[in-house]
Design a binder for this molecule. Structure first.
Ligand code: ZN
Length: 121
């Protein structure tokens, strides 16, 4: 007989295969973001006095800032994997849903705490 308890646990507990896949995913994101930031740094900025110059610089600054934020999140997630604290919500200390981690591997909070944080903004 399959019990409901077993199904419930499978939703949250990460298998070693899950962790390996998530680690690969995080590594890919790390490389992608590092490359993105390298390109932001290497590209010469568009002329600020051109018709769209100032706007383009603003967009690039925002893109670079969000790339840096994601990079920091990804690096933190990889560190948590190394220290064995990966997959635990930073606020309520409960395991983050497996399904959520498979979509957002660098998530720090469970879906509920994330909602609370976003509502508080
Ligand atoms: Zn939480």
């Amino acid at each position: 007989m399959v019990t409901h308890q077993t199904i419930g646990e499978r939703d949250t507990v990460l298998t070693s295969g899950d962790l390996a896949a998530l680690r690969d995913n995080l590594h890919e994101q790390l490389l992608f973001r590092e490359e993105q930031l390298r390109q932001f740094a290497a590209d010469s900025p568009p002329p600020a006095d051109g018709p769209h110059g100032a706007g383009q610089i603003e967009v690039r600054v925002k893109l670079a800032a969000s790339a840096r934020m994601v990079l920091a999140d990804v690096e933190a997630a990889l560190t948590r994997m190394d220290t064995g604290t990966y997959g635990t919500c930073h606020l309520c200390r409960r395991p983050i849903q497996r399904e959520r981690l498979l979509i957002v591997p660098q998530a720090r909070y469970c879906a509920r705490c994330q909602q609370v944080r976003e509502a508080a903004r």
